[in-house]
Design a binder for this molecule. Sequence first.
Ligand code: PDD
Length: 294
Amino acid sequence: MSELIYLNGEFLPQAHAHVSVMDRGFLFGDGVYEVIPAYAGLPFRLKEHLQRLNASLEAIRMAPPLDDDQWNDILTRLLAQRGDADQQIYLQITRGAYGRRLHAIPEDVTPTIMAFATELAVRDPELVKQGMSVITLDDIRWERCNIKAITLLANILSQQQARDEGAQEAILVRDGLANEGTASNLFIVKEGLIITPPKSQHLLPGITRDLVLELAMDAGLPYAEASVSVEELEQAEEIWITSSTKEVMPVTRLNGRPVDNGHPGPMWEKMDALYGACKARLRLRNAPPDNCYD
Ligand code: PDD
């Protein structure tokens, strides 16, 4: 069975979900998106994802075309197609189709709204055990990386360069500072302190990043939001990357050299367990009020 896709108010089979070639998402990459994991059919941190979506829309001068209740109805229906399986939702809003190709923002244009759910890409257990390999690369992206824009060519090229060099992710460096990965946020452990770069226009405010900080706080683990230089990255006791689909992944090789002893570290083990417990509470639907259940 092919699952239905939400497109502009309708739920359609994929083969019937069509968008105009004049859509500004297609022509310019003029749009924003979200990736939301769902465990046991329940969206994880939905409120936070929708807040970020609305912040991205505002940053590109678009009004939210749907409110949170409307999104909730759409996502519930999409997720229901697979019952209570673990899934991920992709949703995207572009500025819409306009009659001609125009760089300036047209006044009279209707957004294109699209969302679908797929099976959750489960983390490779072997990679979790071994840890990931990453390389550092100059950040060739623009100055508004806090917007979750669909315009991802620089991320794609950097991710592919990492793959070409036998790594799974690239950590992007600007002015000597390591900010984030091509599709993930960055954490290091330095002298027992968990550190992640502060929010800025040079990185995406990751939902997983925020949750990791909350979990650290709740568990009394020491943490700080502070910039991470390339030297600090190279000397880190541990490196992690986080995203909605990767969760908290240990990094054990940096530019071909082992990170510390080359094995996932003890602080990562603690955080991975806390994250796992958070997901488990959501699955049991019995955790209000806490930060795992929205
Ligand atoms: N990417 N930084 C970048 C550049 C990202 O693309 C992502 C996520 C993150 C992590 O954000 P979050 O914890 O909210 O998933 C950080 C998604 C998963 C993607 O593009 O598929």
